[in-house]
Design a protein around this ligand. Structure first.
Ligand SMILES: *Cc1c(COP(=O)(O)O)cnc(C)c1O
Length: 421
């Protein structure tokens, strides 16, 4: 497709016809509106169902029907190794080694487990730094964690907020705040992308600053996984967790993903809460005393593989492998860029785009803050078969996921919005 953009349906259709990933739209089920597929901009909340999920689930149902307990060792995908099947795809997407990634539980649970491994307060070092306005579940997790260790959240949690009159954080300000905490800072726990503003933080720079003061750098990548390619290993990030039901299309409550840098996983002294699935496999069924963890991220697995919760993600990941996260990102930058361009064509700007303008500081989401008619416009979109979400106060989040959204979809959103001004 060609840049510069044009605010016309012809341009959008032309852009779709030259998009080599356009075919992927056919791989998903869309909710219907008046008999037609809706336009779906809520993949940052719950991704669509890939059509290949039905067959994948059926395969495991068949193994269960025909083999019962034998399914752990037999069948198409022996359940004993279920986590292993997802590691190559996730390692490519997150930029890490296969030994550094695993799937288990769900996001907030995993944040707790990882923080229990990595938050080792003592000797005056006990503070955790977060972005102000972090996702509520992350706030609750950190609040209860510090209380669990006997600290007061008021002093133990440092939230950094944008400057007065600004909506997003400056990297330099984050780094300065980290440096100011020096020996009192135990951990930085940031969202990779803030769910509300859509700002993508500079994970590498934040990690470097945290390490400089000997603090741990952990990230919640809920809005990043499947959205922006990463280099978790090379950026030297200590740990990360994400959910798999947003851009990863793994289905409601899908199995969560975690990253633990090799230098911790290989070190048997790194504290980890044990269960038999994280135990050295050769010894797992011996049922002997003494937890001997696997020397990789799977050493954090606790319970039996959740097969029906993992198979949907596995099916979805085949689409990411097929498309390639880099190609998806390239399309995403154009698609979100086109949305931003169209919004700037509107005559009366009674709203503000609070997401950063630079493509490297955002993913597939633009957050639009409406001075007055936010809810009204949201309802109008829904009535026209365009699914977007609304967050108080006044913010409509629009996420044109490159996997199944088209330039024409973006154009239709603009057309309806234009009718409102
Ligand atoms: C979506 C999201 C969650 C949700 O956590 P669950 O434990 O999967 O319910 C947590 N944190 C962030 C930043 C999110 O975006």
């Amino acid at each position: 497709m060609s840049v510069p953009f044009t605010p016309s349906l012809e341009f959008a259709k032309e852009a779709d016809s030259t998009d080599e990933l356009a075919y992927l739209k056919q791989a998903f089920h869309f909710p219907k509106h008046q008999g037609k597929d809706t336009i779906y901009f809520c993949g940052n909340s719950l991704g669509l169902q890939p059509k290949n999920v039905t067959q994948a689930v059926q395969t495991e149902l068949t193994s269960w029907q025909e083999l019962a307990v034998g399914g752990y060792f037999g069948g198409k995908n022996p359940w004993l190794y279920y986590q292993e099947y997802l590691k190559p795809s996730l390692a490519r997407m997150m930029g890490c080694r296969e030994t550094e990634v695993t799937v288990m539980n769900a996001l907030t649970v995993n944040l707790h487990l990882l923080m229990l491994s990595f938050y080792r307060p003592g000797n005056g070092r006990f503070k955790i730094m977060m972005e102000a306005g972090a996702f509520p579940s992350d706030q609750y997790a950190v609040e209860t964690l510090v209380k669990h260790f006997g600290y007061d959240p008021e002093t133990a949690i440092i939230e950094i907020a944008p400057r007065d009159g600004e909506k997003t954080l400056r990297t330099a300000d984050i780094i300065k705040s980290i440096e100011e905490q020096k020996d009192s800072l135990a951990m930085v726990l940031f969202g990779g992308i803030n769910y509300y503003t859509g700002q993508f933080f500079d994970l590498k720079a934040i990690t470097k600053a945290a390490h400089k003061v000997h603090a741990i750098a952990g990230f919640d990548l809920a809005h990043v996984a499947g959205n922006i390619p990463l280099q978790l290993h090379d950026w030297d990030i200590d740990f990360a967790a994400w959910c798999s039901y947003k851009y990863l299309n793994g289905g409601p409550g899908a199995i969560g993903g975690v990253f633990i840098h090799d230098r911790f996983a290989e070190n048997m002294d790194t504290p980890r809460l044990g269960g038999w699935w994280g135990n050295d496999e050769k010894l797992r069924f011996k049922m002997e005393k003494g937890f001997i963890p696997k020397s990789n991220a799977s050493g954090w697995n606790i319970s039996t593989a959740q097969v029906f919760n993992t198979v949907c993600l596995q099916a979805s990941l085949t689409l990411f492998d097929e498309a390639g996260i880099e190609k998806l990102r390239a399309k995403s930058i154009l698609l979100t860029g086109y949305l931003e361009y169209l919004l700037h064509q509107l005559p009366d700007l009674r709203f503000e785009i609070i997401t950063p303008t630079e493509p490297e500081s955002r993913g597939a989401q633009l957050s639009l803050y409406f001075m007055d008619k936010g809810k009204e416009i949201h309802d109008k979109m829904i009535a026209n078969g365009i699914i977007v979400d609304y967050r108080e106060p006044g913010v409509i989040r629009v996420a044109p996921a490159p996997m199944y959204c088209s330039f024409e979809d973006v154009y239709q959103f603009y057309k309806i919005l234009k009718g409102q001004f």
